[in-house]
Unconditional design. Structure first.
Length: 137
């Protein structure tokens, strides 16, 4: 499992994805990973597993970046809302409060879902690639 292509590590993965695959294969791989599924070709499955792992890392990175932004946004909003010398209209504050509530409720779910779909795609494509290695030939 130390294969850099399966792990989605550059430059090996990028070379395999961009230079060894045609446009149709890249499209099939992207669609399969987005759905959390596998591709049928074992050679494409190795690249698809790498793409899924890259997606997992990117979603985790987005989660790490997004949490502090939410905290800062909430802190600034609370400071404005309860400031005795508030110069911002209350409607503006309530609009951003509703936007923040949607972000707090929706964004973590979408990040979690993306990580889960990528994990399923990586596992499924690893199985396809491993089955091809187990065949006599």
């Amino acid at each position: 499992m130390d294969n850099p292509i399966r792990q989605g590590r550059d430059p090996e993965w990028r070379l395999a994805f961009e230079h060894r695959l045609d446009t149709d294969a890249r499209t099939r791989i992207r669609q399969a990973v987005n759905r959390g599924q596998s591709v049928t070709d074992p050679n494409e499955a190795i690249v698809a597993a790498g793409l899924a792992r890259r997606d997992q890392r990117a979603a985790r990175r987005h989660g790490i970046i997004f949490l502090p932004i939410q905290v800062v946004f909430a802190s600034v909003w609370l400071a404005w809302m309860f400031s005795p010398q508030r110069q911002v209209p209350v409607a503006f504050l309530w609009f951003w409060a509703s936007a923040w509530i949607v972000l707090v409720g929706v964004a973590p779910f979408l990040i979690w879902r993306r990580i889960r779909m990528a994990r399923h795609a990586a596992e499924a494509n690893d199985q396809v690639a491993d089955q091809a290695n187990d065949l006599p030939g």
